[in-house]
Design a protein around this ligand. Sequence first.
Ligand SMILES: Cc1ncc(C[n+]2csc(CCOP(=O)(O)OP(=O)(O)O)c2C)c(N)n1
Length: 658
Amino acid sequence: MQFEKSDLTSEKLIELYKSILTPRMVEEKMLILLRQGKISKWFSGIGQEAISVGVTAALSQDEYILPMHRNLGVFTEKGVPLERLFAQFQGKMNGFTKGRDRSFHFGTQKYHIIGMISHLGPQLGVADGIALADKLHKNDKITVVFTGDGGTSEGDFHEALNVAAVWDLPVIFVIENNGYGLSTPSSQQFRCKQFADKGKGYGMEAYTIDGNNILEVYSAVKKLKQDISTNPKPIILECMTFRMRGHEESSGTKYIPKELIDAWAEKDPVENYEQFLLSEKVMTTEEIEKIKSVLKKEIDVSWKKAESEGNIVLNPELELSDIYKEYHFTEIIKSDDSSEKRLVDAISDGLKQSFQEHDNLIIMGQDIAEYGGVFKVTDGFVKEFGEDRIRNTPICESAIISAALGLSINGYKSVMEMQFADFVSSGFNPIVNNLAKTHYRWGQNADVVVRMPTGAGVQAGPFHSQSNEAWFTHTPGLKVVYPAFPKDAKGLLIESINDPNPIMFFEHKSLYRSCSGMVPNNYYTTPIGKAKLLKKGDDVSIISYGMGIHWALDVLRNNPDISADLIDLRTLIPLDKDCIFSSVKKTGKAIVLHEDCMIGGFGADITSMISEKCFEYLDAAVVRSASLDTPVPFAGLLEENFLPKNRFESKLKQLLDY
Ligand SMILES: Cc1ncc(C[n+]2csc(CCOP(=O)(O)OP(=O)(O)O)c2C)c(N)n1
């Protein structure tokens, strides 16, 4: 192994030695503790330390780095106290996740480390968002994100690199090419010779370096950083290395040829660097032994401290409240002057006024800039707010949702417009696993609103008509908002943008231009989590939201003899249970109406809650009226048959007659 000192001083060379030794010695201790059953799982980074340490050492303390499961060296090099790391590994309160997530699955703003979720790939798009924020701040900072070679097979890798390339983001994508993804060798994972070859395809510079040589890694990143911090652009940095132990400790290395392990053992990054320092007379054996003994003591003391901390004390209320960042509604009163607006215009109005209110608000979506979005919600925005804030995106739903989290981490609010709610399936993973879970896991909020043009009735077939709100009501950590009228839509959208938590905001596209109403002209807020009693009656409670509200209103209009409470939920999560229960206790009968399919629709939850909480007040079983359990069909007649609109009236009357 060839080490190049370049202009590094002896002090710096020794500092790097201590840095690379730290994760090695910590890990040696962890392997013992693992065998003793004191920690539960361990993903070894032995043999790969030069990458974690060399990269991190080349960054400033306030530059973000996004490590993976083998990057202990990132944490030690950033100066995360060992005692807290050890508490984290043991699921203690002094760790970083209050015992809620394991190992390296956490971030810490203090140390500018953003940890992974198990799904590997989403990490890359989060780096895009962080880097975008830095680029917009013009602060010359760069972001570094890691992936293993196996992780590059995921679509998220492609999307994140593509977005970074199109947006010229200052990100270094470090690929640790260590030969295996779990048990799968590289030959079964990808066909390219080197990952650096992919650079051309993405339109970015790419380099392959020796990942076991700390000086090579350190100087490569230093140089690249200098280059891209003032001239923002993404880089692929492929670091050749080898995974010396099993994927995680219990899985072993039987499938790896012994010769391969032996050959790479010769290239051990710590031992080789140590030999180099000795041969160059930068350090003596005695000095090295002294460093090791000081470090050993520090590790032992830190472990003892972490171990002596008591176990977590259960606080059930905190478990529930920590899914969201604390936030209190501030009412901004509606003005008296109003104008007649269609739903689409009210949403556009609320969005525009939010842009005027929040300098740090960005919207991202396909065709939303000059084109104004397929539903024209952002028509004219780019002229008023500029291309930095009104951002056309490539067709990369997953990377853009991940980038939205990155923006939030680095001080921005964002809205993402799904072109159609159906396409959210291509961005599902980062929503339900990253946006939704991050605050609960390590206290980082995701200040993101995903706008979802949803619903059927426009003969658009199975992939442009779905009601998929129940995919998200089932996921703790998200809020789900679904207005039915222009006035509510504007106030709720403004409030959703003010709220620092991740919000799925449903907009029924068939109501966009068919539903109008008087909308206050000013910037005002409508509280999330509050239903509205649209009609008061005595005989039945009709509970609905979105298009269902309009169907129910039609039926009540045609049947003036029916005396019903009509509840517009407006928000599904958090659900206004009090409003529902007090109405049902009064009427004794309830019907839940929604456009979504019956099985697994949100109505199932409402029905069961009513049965449980209002049982002794009920005069009949709670009824549901919902779409058929089929995909949404295209032809008008089939679609009409699919939707519950024409079945609702008879179901309601049957219930009243019971
Ligand atoms: C989406 C997803 N699929 C599968 C896994 C299981 N898994 C965890 S790590 C891993 C191998 C990753 O290989 P690589 O990216 O090369 O990183 P390395 O472990 O070699 O450092 C697999 C298959 C996962 N965590 N997420």
